[in-house]
Design a protein around this ligand. Structure first.
Ligand code: C2O
Ligand code: CU
Length: 464
């Protein structure tokens, strides 16, 4: 009783200064697999979505462990922002942190001034606010996160999903938004034998626990191995996002599932598979047709230094099916069936990713951000970009402000037209993409292992 009284007193003191919130425990059932709460739409106009997001300090409660961190609106993940194609989105960001922050709309084709980057623009100062506003132009699963000290702020818990709906996509019985994050990751530059470097390791260990001890593990929507029971015979659309700053998610399903969508909404052709690799920043959507078996999601060990690794599967979450109805048929998704564009024998832009983890030295074309040479593409034209990985680590290549079409991976063209904003480039591999430069601005192009980007693996593509 005494201990409990003291705990309440501490919480009161913290909320009195408005700085810290306890996220996780007591907020909702930590064992229940459920979508993150949705941001409240403050505008009654059906074609406008107006939400408010407060970035604050927070303490994340994961199982028995507490992690000091940050959160949007005291939630991990932050509230899901939902709208439909053609809506105007307004987001008022209030910065209650003691440092600057921004919001970047990952994968969304927003005007340059709304992109949340600090190249030629100031971040939102501590105590200040900023309103982001743009039109929702493409359906799919996107996400939002800071682009100021992204490696530190995303790692501490600042991220959330954005769902944009299309009028022609079929309704399902359940939709689940699942945001994955990894905790207690070893810092790349702090292992024994690593050499000191001017940029140094992060100021605090990644996702370091305040109490207790644990190896690294995944969470789903901030929860450890949550479960939900759903009736057999139902259709579920699961929208998956890897929000980890550096860990690859090698997802496994007990039976093949139908992948409906990737980074940029519905695929041209569905893919049936029981495995799916989500690099940091990647999204995918799958259709789960519930039958007489439970859908247990697990992760196979995977390292950015060498890909699939030996080890056991880690259970992430489970949908327990109730009843004995047979699995329903797949919904009539409006896949376009579009063909991939031909991969031409030339490149307009070449990015060579190099570096090594021992020195935490990561570069594009030998340069360290912000000392970079701007590449240019004329507004309205197409550009073929070739990304070569000359390092011993994999890198997810991400470009702001545009989607790009995948032309080939290691010389192999995709089976159908594939639009992405984040594409993994394996060790020694070359990935070629086609960009339709239709959004003017000076766009960041970088590795989405955010520690690599922070160390310098970021450049700028000017479209004008
Ligand atoms: Cu999700 Cu520049 O990043
Ligand atoms: Cu990288």
């Amino acid at each position: 009783m005494l201990a409990r009284a003291r705990l309440i007193a501490v919480c009161l003191a913290l909320s009195a200064c408005g700085m810290d919130e306890l996220v996780g425990k007591d907020v909702e059932d930590p064992t229940l697999l459920s979508s993150p709460r949705e941001a409240e739409d403050l505008d009654p106009d059906p074609d406008r979505v107006h939400v408010r997001l407060r970035a604050t300090r927070a303490t994340h409660q994961i199982g028995d462990i507490r992690y000091p961190g940050y959160a949007y609106d005291g939630r991990l993940p932050g509230p899901t922002v939902r709208g439909k194609i053609g809506d105007t989105l307004l987001v008022e960001l209030e910065n209650h942190l003691d440092q600057p922050t921004t919001i970047h709309w990952h994968g969304m084709q927003v005007p340059y001034a709304m992109d949340g980057v600090t190249w030629q623009a100031d971040p939102v100062a501590a105590g200040a606010r900023f309103t982001y506003s743009f039109e929702l132009s493409r359906a799919g699963l996107f996400w939002y996160h800071p682009h100021f000290d992204a490696a530190g702020q995303v790692d501490r818990g600042l991220y959330g999903a954005v769902v944009v709906e299309a009028p022609d996509e079929p309704r399902v019985d359940h939709e689940l938004v699942l945001v994955f994050d990894r905790w207690n990751e070893a810092s790349p530059a702090s292992g024994p034998g690593s050499s000191p470097h001017a940029l140094g390791p992060p100021s605090r260990p990644r996702h370091a626990a305040e109490t207790g001890n644990a190896g690294s593990f995944w969470t789903v929507n901030g929860k450890l191995r949550p479960k939900v029971e759903l009736p057999a015979g139902e259709r579920v659309r699961a929208r998956l996002l890897n929000a980890s700053t550096r860990s690859y998610l090698d997802l496994r399903f007990p039976e093949p599932v139908r992948q409906l969508a990737g980074d940029q909404g519905l695929l041209a052709q569905p893919v049936d598979s029981d495995a799916m690799l989500l690099a940091p920043g990647d999204r995918a959507e799958v259709e789960l047709l519930l039958g007489d078996y439970d859908v247990v999601l697990s992760a196979a060990p995977y390292s950015e230094l060498g890909g699939p690794a030996v080890g056991e599967l880690e259970e992430l979450a489970a949908i327990v099916t109730a009843g004995s109805a047979a699995a329903p048929a797949s919904s009539p998704w409006p896949f376009s069936g579009a063909q991939a564009s031909p991969d031409p024998p030339f490149s307009d832009i070449v990015y060579v990713f190099s570096g090594d983890s021992a020195g935490n030295d990561w570069r594009i074309n030998g340069e360290l951000f912000p000392d970079v040479t701007l590449k240019e593409v004329a507004l309205g034209s197409d550009a073929v970009i070739e990304i070569r990985n000359a390092s011993a680590s994999e890198h997810p290549f991400h470009l702001h402000g545009h989607a790009f079409e995948l032309l080939s991976v290691a010389g192999v063209a995709p089976d159908a037209r594939t639009l992405e904003d984040t594409v993994n480039v394996r060790v020694g591999e070359t990935v070629r993409v086609k960009l339709r430069a239709d959004n003017p601005g000076e766009w960041m192009a970088h590795c989405h292992i955010l520690e690599h980007a922070a160390a310098g693996m970021m450049t700028v593509l000017r479209v004008e």
